[in-house]
Design a protein around this ligand. Structure first.
Ligand SMILES: [Zn+2]
Length: 242
């Protein structure tokens, strides 16, 4: 049972008690609203393992780099070059619709020893409101595309890190393992490479799973320097998941 299931039992039990005690409808409505708000907020907290068990750990002297939303024709090859230079292995969470026209790039990621993961077919903004079946379709379509290119997928990362009961059920049914992160770069919202680099270097530590996007110019601009600093801290850069 997930933490969500336990919370639903507490919600039902306390709610039922309130009905028996004949509390006013206003209090009951406020009670329900507060629980809904709580569950809504938890859907953005992938690290809480609230709806599903999420992996966000690598070994304690390692930093696991992950790149979401690619492959990107221009930036992904540059990122691969930097990783190769440092003999670093990473995870790439691929959006199925981005594979078209980038099939060779996908194969290159795979052949260079990185782990390829599923990041849904379309990376829909409204995925949090989709039925379980719709989410399954989104995951399956992406997995099928990847396997057509010879890449078998074991790992999944939900778009925007959103989890909820439907997404949790869909992940369970597809048999993939859900991977989160411990250090978010915010490279999709920040464009100053120097500032972002300084922030990331001061925060990164052994055991971190770092979230980057291989669709961002700023990520390409800071990656080499970032990896140099990570190595200076005596940390390895392997695609190890615990
Ligand atoms: Zn994404």
């Amino acid at each position: 049972m997930s933490k969500f299931h336990w919370s639903a039992i507490v919600f039902a039990f306390a709610g039922f008690t309130m009905i028996i005690l004949k509390v006013g409808w206003f209090i009951l409505a406020a009670y329900i609203m507060l629980w809904l708000l709580f569950w809504f907020l938890m859907s953005f907290m992938i690290r809480s393992n609230f709806f599903i068990n999420v992996i966000h750990q690598t070994s304690k002297n390692n930093v696991l780099l992950s790149f979401d939303d690619g492959p990107h024709q221009e930036y992904t090859p540059q990122i691969l070059e930097v990783l190769k230079k440092h003999n670093a292995k990473a995870m790439f969470f691929i959006i199925g619709k981005n594979v078209e026209g980038n099939e060779q790039l996908l194969k290159r990621i795979h052949n260079e020893g990185h782990i390829v993961g599923n990041h849904t077919q379309n990376h829909k903004v409204g995925i949090g409101f989709n039925s379980t079946q719709k989410v399954i379709n989104e995951i399956d379509k992406c997995s099928e595309l990847l396997s057509k290119e010879g890449v078998d997928v074991k790992y999944f990362r939900p778009p925007f890190g959103v989890t909820n009961p439907n997404i949790a059920k869909a992940i369970e049914k597809t048999g993939l393992s859900c991977v989160g992160w411990t250090l978010r770069s915010f490279d999709t919202t920040k464009s100053n490479a120097e500032q972002l680099l300084a922030k990331m270097v001061s925060r990164v530590k052994g055991g971190d799973v770092v979230l980057f996007h291989d669709t961002q110019k700023v990520t390409v601009a800071l990656l080499d320097k970032f990896l140099i600093e990570v190595k200076k801290k005596g940390l390895t850069l392997n695609a190890e998941i615990l």
